[in-house]
Structure formats: structure tokens, C-alpha cells
Design a protein. Structure first.
Length: 58
């Protein structure tokens, strides 16, 4: 077996670098998703508490 000339380890082709604009967009999307999830959980807890309070009062 012969080794190809000029190819040593991972130095064959450089990997493309992700743009900072794309990284920012992904980070913003994840932040919005996390905030939405927290809001949904908070509303669910409040609704459950209100329903239980009405059930006990009635």
C-alpha cells in the first residue's frame, strides 16, 4: 500500500467555518424556545392551581 502524497492526518481539506451570523440566529432561536417553554410551564402551573382552588371552594 502506498500513501498519497501530501495527505497527512486531517490536513487534507479544511473544514468550512460556520458564520457568526448563523451562530447568532441559532442562539436566538434557542433562547426564544427556552423562554416559550418556561412561559408554557408557568401558565400550566397557574391554571392547575386555579382549577384546584375552584374545585375545593365549590
Amino acid at each position: 500500500m502506498t500513501r498519497a502524497s501530501g495527505m497527512v492526518g486531517f490536513q487534507g481539506r479544511p473544514a468550512p467555518v460556520v458564520s457568526s451570523r448563523l451562530t447568532g440566529a441559532v442562539a436566538a432561536s434557542l433562547a426564544i424556545a427556552a423562554l416559550s417553554l418556561c412561559l408554557i410551564v408557568a401558565l400550566t402551573v397557574l391554571t392547575t392551581r386555579a382549577t384546584m382552588a375552584m374545585g375545593l371552594a365549590g
